[in-house]
Every structure is written in C-alpha cells, then in structure tokens.
Design a protein around this ligand. Structure first.
Ligand code: FMN
Length: 293
C-alpha cells in the first residue's frame, strides 16, 4: 500500500557538510483504517537519516487530550530549537535503533500448536503435519504459544508508526517464522466456542505484522490451514473458531486454504481412533505443499 504523502514542514540549518534538514510529512493511511493519518518527522545530514519520530491519529484514544498533528508539530518545534542550539548533542540523544532480531531464513512450514495440552489431540494433529512435511524434505518450525512469553496487545497502534510492536518478547520469534513461510498450519481446540487464550494472544499481537506488511509489503502466496477439535458434537461448535482464523489469516494476507474440523472428541478421547483421519490430514498437507500456487 502506497499512502498519499504530503510535505507539511521543511527547515534547513547550517551549510556545506554541516547542513541539516528537518522535514515533517503527513501520510494518509485511510485505505487501511478510516481516517488514519501518520506524521513522520525526520532529520537528515550528509544524506543520512539521523533521527525519526512518528505518530499516528489512532494512537490517541478518546480520553487523551492530544492530536497526532499537534504532537508532531510540537516535536518539530522542539527538535528545531535543539538543532539550532547544539546539533551534536541532538544527534547523540537520537541515536538510531538497530532492527530487532534479523533472521536469515524461514521454515517452509510453521505449525502453531494452539492447545495448552502438549499431549492432547491438537498435538497429534500437529505431529502428523510435521512428519508429513519432513517426509517431503521441508523445514518445519512448531510454535507452542502457551509456553512462550507473550504480552497481550494493548491497542496502542504504535505498530503503524514503525511496523513493529512496542513489546520486545517472544512474539518476534513467531512473526519471524510466519514472515517467510509458505504454509502456516494452525491447530486449536475449541475453548468456550472460540480459540484458546494463548492463540488469541498471538492473533492480536500479529497486528504488528499486519502493520509491517501495510508499511513495507511482504511475501505473497502464503497458505493457511486450520485443524480444530471440539469436545461437543456438531459442526456448530466451530462457527467462531473458523471465523476467527479466517479473519486472522486474511489480515496477514495469507490465503485460508482448508480446514479439518473434528467434533465429539470428548466421547472419542483419542483422535487416532477415528478411521481415515490421519490419512486426511496428511493428504491435505501434501496437497498444499506440492501445489503451492
Ligand atoms: C476451558 C475449556 C473450554 C472448552 N470449551 C469447549 C466448547 O466451547 N465447545 C466444545 O465443543 N468443547 C470445548 N472444550 C473441550 C475441548 O475442545 C476438547 O477437550 C479438545 O479435545 C481439547 O483439545 P486438546 O486435546 O488438543 O487439548 C473445552 C475445554 C476446555 C478445557
């Protein structure tokens, strides 16, 4: 997505090699969210960006008596004063951060084992998927959200400034894996009609990955597959899970490419006893890995 970009303010200080410029741009992100505007304040010297401040209109919740534009203009004014007084001190105070946890390669398949039970039915489904992918020579990463440290999304919308979350926790590892994978398999039991708590944490925190893709783009043609189990009998038990996972995948531009839903599991207890299920799961994984387009 290429937002409409408008120059709001431009200042230049010094001359020759010491010349410094300060710019404030306004970008219209309303294609992403209604009325979302982002302001980017940048300081350049020697053709290098030396400091950046970003803020967007969604950061300011109803009880906050500020607006993104006011904050951006005030920050521009403060930076201008600081640059006029002592540019060296300004640059020292605004050292650019390095990107977090850069990763060279991603697994072909990411399996999200979304049950807190490491030895339950979702684990069996995840195990069949992992074995099948390995047999096809694919690399696989299994993610256990319930064993990870994942803060809940706090709805600060700051990810739309930078493309990354304000929290530095185990979500980076998950987003790193999903970013480059070809097939994203999600396994979840039905808990109170929807996905498990650990999985919902991941889903909401992937808003930062949605922001990253909106700002910088991302891999195309990724596929998503859902395996879900419900204790009770009937397809109706999967209504919310399937809607939540489809919305989640679409939010990340991953194509929902199938689902296997197994109900009445409280009675069955062990899904390995269901005739033909293992074959169905393996065939679905093989089909998606051998027909990527
Ligand atoms: C907290 C909790 C909530 C549950 N809620 C539902 C539900 O709303 N509907 C349902 O059919 N089964 C429900 N179940 C049953 C699970 O879906 C079922 O036991 C499933 O097999 C567990 O998956 P696992 O073996 O992969 O852990 C619930 C189980 C728990 C522990």
């Amino acid at each position: 997505m290429e937002p409409e970009r408008e120059l709001v303010l431009f200042r230049e200080f010094g001359d020759g090699a010491d010349q410094v410029s300060l710019t404030l741009h306004r970008e219209d992100f309303s294609a992403l969210y209604p009325g979302m505007i982002r302001f980017t304040l940048s300081v350049l010297s020697n053709k290098k960006i030396r400091a950046v401040f970003r803020t967007n209109s969604y950061e300011y919740s109803p009880l906050v008596p500020l607006k993104a534009e006011t904050v951006a203009l005030k920050t521009a004014e403060d930076w201008e004063d600081q640059l006029l007084i002592n540019p060296a001190l300004f640059f020292q105070d605004h050292l650019q951060e390095k990107p977090r946890h850069p990763r060279a390669s991603s697994p072909d398949v990411v399996v999200m084992q979304g049950s807190p039970r490491g030895d339950g039915n979702c684990s069996i489904l995840a195990g069949w998927a992992v074995e099948t992918a390995h047999e096809l020579g694919k690399t696989v990463q299994v993610i256990y959200p319930h064993d990870m440290s994942i803060h809940c999304c706090i709805g600060c919308y700051q990810c739309y400034n930078t493309g990354s979350c304000v929290f530095d926790d185990d979500m980076d590892e998950i987003i790193d894996a999903v970013r480059g994978t070809s097939l994203f398999i999600i396994c979840s039991p039905v808990y109170t009609n929807t996905v498990t708590g650990g999985l919902k944490l991941v889903i909401d925190r992937c808003q930062a990955y949605h922001a990253e893709r909106a700002i910088s783009g991302g891999k195309q043609g990724q596929k998503g597959l859902l395996f879900s189990v419900a204790g009770r009998k009937g397809e109706v038990n999967f209504v919310c899970v399937t809607r939540v996972i489809k919305a989640f995948l679409r939010n990340l531009d991953i194509e929902p490419s199938g689902e296997i839903l197994i109900d009445h599991v409280d009675a069955v207890k062990d899904i390995r006893l269901i005739p033909g299920l293992e074959r169905n799961v393996r065939e679905k994984v093989i089909c998606l890995l051998l027909n990527p387009s």
